[in-house]
Design a protein around this ligand. Structure first.
Ligand code: PGA
Length: 252
């Protein structure tokens, strides 16, 4: 089954609203002709409304980088899925390794966040992946199995196809140590098999991206593999030119 590739740029805590606006105006003409490739910008909260307004009607979708699992309540400093949806946002990154490691994001919270995003009409982009220690100990599959089981525990089998999953080995994020295409392919095929055990059809439809030190030079070698449906790009998404080149490399 053909799955359209998705290239998502994760800006992390970079770019003010003014910088975001300049970026999107430069990006839109660069990606307009790339039929069949989905593009998402995952931006800080303060950029989302302006980006969504500028990208409306284009192939570029706007994603947040986190959200709270409740729709509203006494949760100072948090933002909910319906709030993002009303701002024109189409999706949300959940469970990024920086949030897991630095902000205590738990699998328990993710099990609530993923269905909350779906209820609000947002595409959850769930990040999973093993640490270097886990890889060295031969624990990669155990870790992936645990994250997929716990984080997606609240999602009905037939809804799995509405998700995007990013396989991001923690040791490859921001380090310049990209996984080899074979390593990425193997882990992604494993994740797809885990999903297939719940729902064969949904597993064939869900897009599974690779993330971790993707750049314009290594993108094509990863994206040409049949199981790798796109990329979640951090550092190389901050410049329009390098991000647009990665989007172009996804064209099948
Ligand atoms: P990187 O980040 O491309 O800078 O390694 C990827 C990510 O954190 O999603």
């Amino acid at each position: 089954m053909a799955r359209n590739p998705l290239i998502a740029g994760n800006w992390k805590m970079h770019k003010s609203e003014r910088q975001a606006e300049e970026y999107i105006q430069a990006l839109l003409p660069r990606v307009a002709a790339l039929e069949g490739v989905g593009v998402a910008i995952c931006a800080p909260y303060t950029d989302l409304k302006a980006l969504a307004d500028s990208a409306r009607g284009s192939r570029v979708e706007v994603y947040a980088q986190n959200m709270h699992q409740e729709d509203q309540g006494a949760y100072t400093g948090e933002v909910s899925a319906p709030m993002l949806s009303e701002a024109g946002v189409q999706g949300v990154v959940l469970g990024h390794s920086e949030r897991r490691a630095q902000f205590g994001e738990s699998d328990h919270a993710l099990a609530l966040k993923v269905p909350a995003a779906l209820r609000a009409g947002l595409t959850p982009l769930l990040c999973v992946g093993e640490s270097e220690q886990e890889r060295d100990a031969g624990d990669t599959e155990r870790r992936l199995r645990q994250q997929i089981a716990e984080d997606l525990g609240g999602v009905a089998a037939e809804q799995l196809s509405e998700l995007v999953i990013a396989y991001e080995p923690v040791w490859a994020i921001g380090t310049g140590r990209v996984a080899s295409p074979e390593q990425a392919q193997e882990a992604i095929a494993f994740i797809r098999a885990l999903l297939a055990a719940r729902d064969e059809r949904a597993a064939q439809q869900v897009r599974i991206l690779y993330g971790g030190s993707v750049d314009p030079d290594n993108a094509a070698g990863l994206l040409e593999l049949p199981d790798i449906d796109g990329a979640l790009v951090g550092g190389a998404s901050l410049q329009v030119d390098s991000f647009a080149r990665i989007v172009a490399a996804a064209r099948r």
